[in-house]
Design a protein around this ligand. Structure first.
Ligand SMILES: *[C@@H]1O[C@H](CO)[C@@H](O)[C@H](O)[C@H]1NC(C)=O
Ligand SMILES: *[C@@H]1O[C@H](CO)[C@@H](O)[C@H](O)[C@H]1NC(C)=O
Ligand SMILES: *[C@@H]1O[C@H](CO)[C@@H](O)[C@H](O)[C@H]1NC(C)=O
Ligand SMILES: *[C@@H]1O[C@H](CO)[C@@H](O)[C@H](O)[C@H]1NC(C)=O
Ligand SMILES: *[C@@H]1O[C@H](CO)[C@@H](O)[C@H](O)[C@H]1NC(C)=O
Length: 430
C-alpha cells in the first residue's frame, strides 16, 4: 500500500506538468511478496461497478434513457430477439415486443441461389447499435445482415434494401414512431452499419429535422459515413473508402496478452478486417472524431463536410476527403466511442481493458479507467445520471474468430463508472 501511494504521488506530479489527468492514477502499481516486487494491478481510475449480467445472449450495443431504462442489442444468429430491455439484474426481455423481433419470413432469404439478409422493413433482423436522444427517442440501427451457418461455414449474407434501417421508438409510448430505409446507392449490399450519432438542432440541416451520422464498417472494405436527413428521409455517403475509414491490413492486435488472428472455420487464416467503427461528435456537433477498429490513429472531420450532400453538390466528396485530419496516435486500437457534456471523447481500448479519453483541447489521449473485468469493452453510452455505461462481451473468444470454438464464458456484463468533473449526457445537440 505504501509504495503504491508513492506511485500515485509520482503520477500526480507528472500530471501537473503535463495535461490535466481526468483521474489520479492511484492504483496502476502494487507490490507483492516478501521483497515487494512491483506488479501491474491492471486497474486505475474511479471504481467500475457491475450493473447487469447477461446469461442468455451476448450483448453488442446499449443505450440508457433519461429515466434510467437500459436497452441492449444482440447481433444474431439464432437468438430469440435482437433488441431487448433490461428488466432486472440478470434478465432482459424482447423490446418493444417479441413481434418486432420475429420477422415472419426468417432472417434471410435465398434469391437465384444466393442468400441475402431479409428485406423486412417492419421487423428487426440484427440490431448492432442503439442511441437515446434527449427527446427520449430510442434509435435502433438494424444492419439487415444476420450471421448464418451453411454447411458448417459461418457467413454474413449481403443486405437486401429494406432490411438495413434506422427505427425511432418513442420511449413514452413504446411504439415505433418512424422507420428510415436506405437505397442501394447509399447502403451497399456489403455495407455494415456499426454505430450512430445525432444532431437534432434545427440548423443542422436545411429541412430542420435533424441529422443522423452512421458509420459503415464494411468488412468487405466499402467503408464510410452514411448520413440521413431525419425530416426528408434523404440519405447520402461521405468518405467512401477514404484511408481514414479503412481497416489496417494484416493488423494483429493482442487481447489479454494473446496475439489474435482471425480463424474462421472453412476460411484461410485471416485478419480482423473491420473498418470505421468508433465515432463521436464534439460537444457542439461541429467536429466528428472517428477511427477504424484496427488502427492506433484517431481522425477528425468538421461535420459541415459530412452534412454536405454530394447529390446536390458535385464538389462535396472532394471537400470532405480533403478536410480529414489525422490527429495522431492515441496509444492503441479503439472500439466504440462515447461523449459527455464537457466534451470528453471516450474511446474503448480492448487491448488494454481500458477506456481512454481524447481531450481535443490539449490534443492528447489521457487515461480514464482500466479494469481486469473489461474483457473486450464493446460499446459505451453516457447516461443522464453522470455515469458511462458499457458492455463487455468477450468478442474475440467467439467461435467465428477461433476455429469454431466458443471460448466465451457467461455472464456478459454492463459495467459503469462515474464520469470525471461532474460530467453528464451532452444535451446541447437538441
Ligand atoms: C482512485 O481514485 C479515484 C478518484 O479519486 C477514486 O474514486 C477511487 O476510489 C480510487 N481507487 C482506488 C482503488 O483507490
Ligand atoms: C429477473 O427476471 C427473470 C425473468 O422474469 C426472473 O426469472 C428472475 O427471477 C428475475 N430475477 C430477479 C433477481 O428478480
Ligand atoms: C412521444 O409520445 C408522447 C406521448 O404521446 C408525446 O407527448 C411525445 O411528443 C412523443 N415524443 C416524440 C419525440 O415524438
Ligand atoms: C446552430 O446554432 C448554434 C446556436 O444555437 C450554433 O452554435 C451552431 O454553430 C449552429 N450550427 C450550424 C451548423 O450552423
Ligand atoms: C482538456 O484539457 C483542458 C486543459 O487542461 C481542460 O481545461 C479541459 O477541461 C479538458 N477537457 C476537454 C474536453 O477539453
Amino acid at each position: 500500500m505504501k509504495s503504491s501511494f508513492f506511485i500515485a504521488v509520482h503520477f500526480f506530479g507528472q500530471a501537473l506538468t503535463q495535461a490535466t489527468f481526468p483521474v489520479v492514477l492511484n492504483s496502476t502499481f502494487a507490490t507483492s511478496g516478501a521483497r515487494n516486487v512491483r506488479i501491474d494491478t491492471g486497474t486505475y481510475g474511479p471504481p467500475v461497478e457491475e450493473v447487469h449480467y447477461f446469461y442468455d445472449q451476448w450483448p453488442i450495443g446499449l443505450a440508457v434513457s433519461k429515466t434510467g431504462r437500459i436497452f441492449t442489442c444482440y447481433t444474431r444468429g439464432s437468438y430469440a430477439y435482437t433488441l431487448g430491455e433490461v428488466i432486472n439484474e440478470t434478465a432482459e426481455a424482447a423490446y418493444p415486443d417479441q413481434v418486432w423481433n420475429t420477422p415472419p419470413q426468417g432472417l434471410s432469404t435465398v434469391s437465384n441461389g444466393i442468400t441475402f439478409g431479409s428485406n423486412d422493413e417492419g421487423h428487426f433482423i440484427s440490431v448492432q447499435a442503439l442511441y437515446v436522444t434527449p427527446d427520449d427517442t430510442l434509435w435502433v440501427l438494424d444492419t439487415g445482415r444476420p450471421t448464418i451457418s451453411e454447411s458448417g461455414r459461418i457467413s454474413m449474407p449481403y443486405a437486401a434494401p429494406g432490411g438495413p434501417k434506422l427505427v425511432a421508438i418513442n420511449l413514452t409510448t413504446n411504439s415505433v414512431r418512424k422507420t428510415y430505409t436506405l437505397p442501394p446507392t447509399v447502403h451497399y449490399p456489403d455495407s455494415y452499419m456499426n454505430d450512430l450519432r445525432f444532431d437534432l438542432r434545427s440548423n443542422a440541416t436545411e429541412s430542420g429535422g435533424g441529422i443522423a451520422y452512421i458509420v459503415d464498417s464494411s468488412n468487405e472494405g466499402r467503408t464510410g459515413f452514411i448520413m440521413i436527413d431525419l425530416a426528408t428521409g434523404d440519405s447520402w455517403r461521405q468518405l467512401n473508402q477514404h484511408p481514414s475509414t479503412q481497416a489496417i491490413s494484416e493488423d494483429v492486435p493482442s487481447y489479454q496478452g494473446l496475439p489474435f488472428y482471425l480463424r474462421q472455420p472453412g476460411h484461410p487464416l485471416g485478419f480482423q478486417g473491420e473498418g470505421l467503427d468508433g465515432a463521436e461528435l464534439d460537444q457542439f456537433g461541429e467536429v466528428m472524431y472517428y477511427s477504424a477498429l484496427t488502427t492506433d490513429y484517431l481522425y477528425s472531420i468538421e461535420t459541415q463536410y459530412l452534412r454536405a450532400n454530394p447529390n446536390n453538390n458535385p464538389l462535396a466528396d472532394k471537400r470532405a476527403s480533403d478536410n480529414v485530419k489525422n490527429v495522431g496516435q492515441r496509444g492503441g486500437n479503439a472500439n466504440g466511442f462515447s461523449g459527455d457534456s464537457l466534451g470528453n471523447v471516450y474511446m474503448l481500448m480492448p487491448e488494454y481493458n481500458a477506456i481512454y479519453i481524447y481531450n481535443y483541447t490539449t490534443q492528447l489521449a489521457v487515461p480514464y479507467i482500466r479494469d481486469p473485468r473489461m474483457v473486450w469493452p464493446d460499446s459505451a453510452n453516457v447516461g443522464w445520471d453522470g455515469y458511462i455505461y458499457f458492455t463487455i462481451n468477450q468478442l474475440p473468444y467467439q467461435p467465428d474468430w477461433n476455429d469454431g470454438v466458443d471460448g466465451r464464458q457467461y455472464p456478459g456484463l454492463i459495467l459503469r463508472s462515474r464520469l470525471p468533473d461532474g460530467a453528464s449526457k451532452n444535451t446541447l445537440l437538441m
